[in-house]
Ligand binder design. Structure first.
Ligand code: NAI
Length: 569
């Protein structure tokens, strides 16, 4: 039912208030909790949230107008409500004629309607396209600018293609090991991967997913603009030979592979993950510089296709972001596949096919047919004209707060370009968070509860603090552990390697971290993320029924172990 919104009385002595800003426009949908308007009293400025949802039918006063408390300032109702008589009555109370109010309202709306779009997103990766869809769903006139394919690195040159290649490895291993499961009469000694066919399957999956994203954008009413966007001013973007104006702009331009500042001879053909993902033939050997996520996923893939793999890592262990116990087990698994790992090794130069590095103050070198550089990624900010815009950057990344707003009020930066956590799922959530803030909701990213996933077998997945980090931060902690070999479903699946480890704060049994190195880890980690988000305790998970037989029982058992004793081990 239609209703008046009145100038609120925000203090005992307040008799009138100035409407400083409308966060919603006439015709716009409003939800309970959305920022609606801002009021200035003689003491302070206060943002007022909507107490009920509906549509803004009429804004009765303009920004900057001062009126007595309790007088009507807006009419809110359902889309189909006829509110003409309510508006007439309100104008009488306000001492306005309908005509004068109409002029005020037009002036009021000029700022926003001058621009062609309400939200413009630059970059169509998992951050940008999700932000554009969300903005359109929240009623904003939205466009997205993309120079290549939708889906960004994730769909085209990252997550999805890597996982496609790794899936082929799983299929290969299953066939090789099928006699264990009673599948006989297959000559397992002859089975091998046809990389050309693997690539064909990869391309098909990418094509389908990229097409799907484009379809979603279109069906949500997002305008697609092809080309490279560049700031002209805080509301204007130049794309090729046209300009676009927009109330809000979201930068989602992603990142690219980093290179080391070392000497590389001209004849060396260094690969990044992009070229490595497109290999049509397996080389005899590969040197991988960097034992992070990309380095280790490729090492695993290559070693399983019979390639001689060497990993050279600067720090004292591979996967330095993962819990140490899990890194150690994963390292052993890789060594079992024949991967040679040099840690504490700094690459100095690359000459042809020779990688020269320093380990224990000694110069060493290795030769490999291919060399993959996987030492991190760097944000894509070049060509955006950020310097002239005065958009603040730090170490090459755009600086934002945890609502993703930059130092310029109407400009947001999401995904790898802000350098906070370079993960596709973080980018998407940042996109949603930025749009909610643009639409007046006050949401913020919580970077302490970001899951991460590494797709080797067994898989690695984690959230929160590692055991070492937790000890450094809290001193005393409790841990619970459960090995996969004591789980029925893991035994049935024939994959009994690995463990789940949970880290708990001892006073309230708050969950500090969960680390998995096991079958289905990347799917199962979400239980821990949700529990941490809801501030659940270790006892609460321990007292939650988990289905049997599943690998998720290992999570259950690990939490029992943290607060008391495991049952099955
Ligand atoms: P990374 O930051 O994960 O690892 C880079 C590694 O290179 C580190 O271990 C670092 O110590 C090492 N390194 C740096 N300088 C070195 C040097 N001079 N010599 C030897 N080693 C050196 O970066 P990576 O693996 O390139 O991945 C890039 C981004 O993409 C990361 O943010 C990662 O999280 C993300 N990604 C995520 C995936 C997933 O979630 N499954 C898959 C692939 C990438």
């Amino acid at each position: 039912m239609a209703r008046y919104i009145i100038m609120p009385k925000l203090g005992f002595n307040m008799s009138e208030g100035k409407l400083v800003k409308w966060y919603k426009k006439e015709g716009e949908k409003i939800e309970k909790g959305d920022l609606f308007f801002s009021v200035e009293t003689d003491k302070t400025n206060m943002d007022i949230e909507a107490t009920e949802g509906g549509f803004v039918k009429k804004l009765l006063i303009g920004e900057g107008e001062k009126i007595e408390v309790t007088l009507p300032i807006a009419v809110v109702g359902e889309k189909e409500d006829n509110v003409d008589s309510m508006i007439q009555d309100a104008f009488k109370q306000l001492g306005k004629t309908a005509q004068s109010a109409e002029v005020a309202s037009k002036e009021q709306n000029t700022n926003s309607t001058d621009n062609e779009y309400e939200v413009t997103v630059i970059g169509g990766g998992p951050g940008g396209y999700v932000a554009a869809i969300k903005a359109a769903q929240m009623g904003k006139k939205t466009c997205i600018i993309e120079k290549e394919n939708f889906g960004g690195v994730c769909l085209n040159r990252g997550c999805i293609p890597t996982k496609t290649l790794l899936r082929s490895i799983e299929a290969l291993k299953e066939v090789k090991e099928c006699s264990t499961f009673g599948v006989v009469n297959i000559d397992a000694s002859n089975v091998q991967l046809d990389l050309y066919k693997v690539q064909e399957r990869k391309r098909k999956i990418i094509r389908q997913l990229v097409g799907g994203v484009k379809g979603l954008l279109k069906s949500n009413g997002v305008t697609i603009i092809k080309g490279e966007g560049r700031f002209v001013d805080k509301n204007t973007i130049a794309v090729e030979d046209r300009t676009i104006t927009s109330d809000y702009i979201i930068i989602a331009t992603g990142s690219e592979a980093k290179n080391l500042p070392i000497s590389v001879s001209p004849e060396t053909k260094l690969m990044t993950s992009t070229e490595a993902l497109d290999m049509q033939e397996a080389p005899e050997s590969i040197a991988i510089i960097g034992g992070g996520v990309i380095g280790i996923e490729f090492a695993y893939f290559m070693a399983n296709t019979g390639v001689r793999v060497t990993v050279i890592e600067f720090l004292d262990r591979i996967l330095p972001m993962v819990d140490e116990e899990i890194t150690a087990q994963a390292g052993e698994m890789l060594k079992g596949l024949g991967v040679e790992i040099y840690t504490g090794s700094q690459v100095m130069e690359i000459n042809g096919k020779t990688v020269v590095f320093k380990k224990d103050n000694r110069r060493q070198s290795i030769e490999a047919e291919k060399i993959l550089m996987a030492v991190g990624r760097t944000p894509n900010i070049e060509g955006l004209n950020l310097e002239n815009m005065g958009i603040k950057t730090e170490k090459g990344a755009i600086v934002t707060d945890n609502t993703l707003r930059t130092n310029i009020d109407n400009i947001f930066a999401i995904g790898d370009v802000n350098g906070k956590a370079m993960l596709a799922h973080v980018a998407s959530m940042e996109g949603i968070t930025a749009v909610e803030n643009i639409c007046g909701k006050r949401t913020a990213m919580d970077y302490d509860k970001i899951p991460s996933a590494i797709y080797i077998q067994p898989e690695i997945a984690s959230v929160g603090l590692t055991e070492k980090q937790a000890k450094e931060k809290y001193g005393e902690i409790k841990t619970g552990k459960f090995p996969l070999m004591a789980n029925g479903k893991a035994k049935v699946a024939g994959e009994e390697r690995g463990l789940i480890k949970v880290i708990v704060e001892p006073r309230f049994n708050e969950i500090l971290g969960v680390h998995m190195y096991c079958l289905h880890a990347t799917d199962m980690i979400s239980e821990a993320v949700v529990a941490m988000k809801l501030e659940g305790t270790a006892e609460e998970i321990a007292m939650t029924v988990h289905p049997h037989p599943t690998v998720s029982e290992v999570v259950h058992e690990a939490f029992h172990g943290a607060v008391d004793k495991t049952i099955h081990f």
